[in-house]
Ligand binder design. Structure first.
Ligand code: ZN
Length: 312
């Protein structure tokens, strides 16, 4: 069970305990076609319906969570829980009765914050879902498999805001404010986005090179701002020291050059960033080391790498 610290907890029972577990890989945004507060949504689901989303957001930015993000909710049809156990985290947002109005500034801000938390806590990759089961961010009508019989939700104005403000806001904030200066004004970066959901057991005390799609994150000459996100199992002891380290090699993996390691501790999501220019023919790679107090191994559940880069 995971509860977002930025929301008021209004737990729905029996759904919260009775519905099956998911591993959240998507975030899907809805409009509820009612100008309700987050508390009014809770009362509606508690008293009048057994369909629900994980979160509800009022016009004033009031945000509530009804079900843990690792439990199935019902707002997204086949995306609620897929046969492989992955599923979508959903949010209903207050709107007018025909969901034609845009989100308020307060709603936009809350959507960005929650989107960043889902990236950091559950490892959602920073991209718009390319298919109905592709991990990432989306809105209800984006893929037909997310509704039965089609939907206009969340409405044209909000689809436009999602693409121009909300999703770019999530990416920008998740990547921090330390983005590099483009090599030329107005030059548009390419985006690195790779994820690997295979479980990996890390023996205590040993550096392990990680592969995402492959072990090579980027090939120079490029200027880059790369973020590696790692998600460790809940059973990782709190005083486990986790170190992440970027390094570069030649094209055969030799001639290693190491960046300084960055430390993190314990279970959950950790991020490691690297902003640099990578020389011609050099390969950027990443390694990790976990040290547990009793030398037990730890489980790495999910790893993702993302960020902009420019070819030099
Ligand atoms: Zn919807």
């Amino acid at each position: 069970m995971a509860w977002y610290p930025g929301a008021q907890r209004m737990e729905l029972q029996p759904e919260s305990d009775a519905q099956s577990a998911i591993r959240p890989t998507q975030f899907i945004l809805h409009s509820i076609a009612a100008p309700w507060t987050a508390r009014r949504m809770y009362e509606y689901w508690r008293d009048s319906s057994n369909l629900e989303s994980h979160f509800g957001l009022g016009y004033e930015g009031d945000l509530a969570q009804y079900i843990g993000t690792q439990t199935r909710a019902d707002a997204n049809y086949t995306a609620n829980r897929r046969p492989d156990g992955t599923g979508a985290v959903s949010i209903e947002t207050a709107s007018n009765l025909k969901h034609t109005d845009p989100w308020t500034d307060k709603q936009v801000e809350q959507l960005i914050r929650l989107g960043v938390w889902l990236h950091q806590h559950h490892g959602l990759p920073l991209r718009i879902c390319r298919s109905h089961d592709d991990p990432g961010y989306g809105y209800h009508r984006l893929h037909s498999a997310w509704s039965s019989g089609g939907t206009a939700c969340p409405g044209d104005a909000r689809v436009n805001q999602f693409r121009k403000v909300v999703f770019p806001g999530i990416v920008k904030r998740a990547n921090g404010q330390t983005a590099p200066v483009p090599p030329e004004e107005d030059s548009v970066p390419d985006m690195l986005n790779e994820a690997n959901a295979g479980d990996l057991e890390l023996t205590s005390g040993n550096w392990a090179g990680l592969s995402f799609r492959t072990a090579i994150l980027l090939v120079g000459p490029v200027r880059h701002h790369v973020v590696v996100h790692l998600l460790f199992g809940d059973d990782t002891p709190a005083n486990t020291v986790i170190e992440g380290r970027f390094y570069t090699t030649d094209k055969n993996g030799g001639d290693r050059s190491l960046y300084l390691p960055t430390q993190a501790y314990g279970a959950g999501g950790h991020q490691f960033t690297c902003t640099a220019d990578l020389g011609a023919g050099r390969h950027l790679r990443f390694m990790v080391r976990a040290r547990t107090p009793d030398n037990r191994p730890v489980r790495l559940l999910h790893r993702a790498v993302s960020g902009p880069f420019w070819t030099l």
